[in-house]
Design a protein around this ligand. Structure first.
Ligand SMILES: CC(C)(COP(=O)(O)OP(=O)(O)OC[C@H]1O[C@@H](n2cnc3c(N)ncnc32)[C@H](O)[C@@H]1OP(=O)(O)O)[C@@H](O)C(=O)NCCC(=O)NCCS
Length: 158
């Protein structure tokens, strides 16, 4: 099946799709409404800088996303930028799509001369650890504990 990766900046018609995924997977429980998340998603997609949200298309159908974001974990504004919002639709999981999306974000970071990326996760530490990410510390956020991970890209910079 042919795969393609696009951004919702070049494909603003995908903004409602990525906003719904972001809302359902990450923000629904934090008191934000879908219209609020969709409005913020549109602003981000239209921005000249970050965030950049990559969408994986399989036969033209959007099946997952991952973002390069300036900020993600509110309690660590000192760290930037972040791999954020990694999501694959349930029916498309287990086929390497998350790894493809992470690779797209890492390639964008390298193209921008960014030497280090950060992420925080509660559920997918093992996935990231296998593709070059390192857990730096465990952090408490909103009464849950997350792995704070970093990816060193300096060896890929020209
Ligand atoms: C986590 C998620 C993005 C994985 O997507 P996916 O497309 O199924 O992942 P991949 O197929 O690329 O997985 C790559 C590898 O990681 C493994 N893996 C997948 N999810 C994993 C998890 N939660 N923890 C550890 N390993 C995981 C896969 O088995 C696969 O291993 P393999 O290469 O040995 O076969 C997806 O389950 C999802 O969207 N979950 C809900 C949102 C979420 O939790 N996002 C991450 C927040 S940081």
């Amino acid at each position: 099946m042919p795969h393609a990766i696009v951004t919702n900046t070049e494909r603003p018609d995908l903004v409602p799709v990525t906003a719904r995924w972001r809302w359902e997977a990450f923000q629904q429980g934090r008191g934000r409404s879908l219209p609020e998340v969709t409005a913020a998603e549109a602003v981000g997609a239209a921005s000249a800088s970050l965030p950049r949200t990559f969408v994986l298309l399989v036969d033209g159908e959007p099946v997952g996303m991952a973002s390069l974001a300036a900020h993600d974990l509110d309690t660590r504004p000192d760290l930037r930028p972040w791999l954020a919002g990694v999501f694959v639709a349930p029916h498309a999981r287990g086929r390497g799509h998350a790894v493809r999306l992470v690779a797209a974000v890492e390639a964008e970071a390298v193209a921008r001369g960014i030497p280090t990326l950060w992420l925080y996760t509660r559920s997918a530490e093992g996935l990231y650890a296998r593709i070059g990410w390192r857990t730096v510390e465990m952090v408490s956020y909103r009464e849950k504990v997350y792995a704070l991970m970093r990816r060193d890209l300096s060896g890929s910079l020209g």
